[in-house]
Ligand binder design. Structure first.
Ligand code: FES
Length: 103
């Protein structure tokens, strides 16, 4: 595990999606209502469009390209079913959000 700081804890909030650039990589911190903050690769598993530009309503994330829908609690696709956003380990440490992007 190689956790690195990606943003301040105060930068994220329940019900919100936050896109973050880490080096050349784009990730999203998605925190669904009633859930926990989670980190995902920003690339949509369909055709790779950035989900950082997606429309998140606190529960569902809609890709702006072709309208695939993802569950904000776990990154699983709901429409169509059977796909999964790539998740990275996330932790909060000393007021910072830390993510492990190692393969
Ligand atoms: S790239 Fe996201 S739905 Fe097609």
């Amino acid at each position: 595990m190689a956790f690195q700081d990606v943003c301040k804890q105060s930068y994220i909030a329940e019900g919100e999606l936050v896109p973050i650039k880490v080096g050349k990589q784009e990730i999203v911190i998605m925190w669904a209502d009633g859930g926990e903050p989670k980190a995902y690769e920003a690339r949509c598993p369909h055709e790779g469009v950035s989900l950082g530009q997606g429309d998140f309503n606190g529960r569902l994330l809609y890709c702006i390209a072709h309208g695939w829908v993802f569950d904000g609690r776990n990154g699983r696709s709901l429409q169509p079913a059977g796909w999964q956003m790539k998740e990275y380990p996330l932790r909060i440490h000393n007021g910072m959000v830390q993510v492990d992007l190692s393969p």
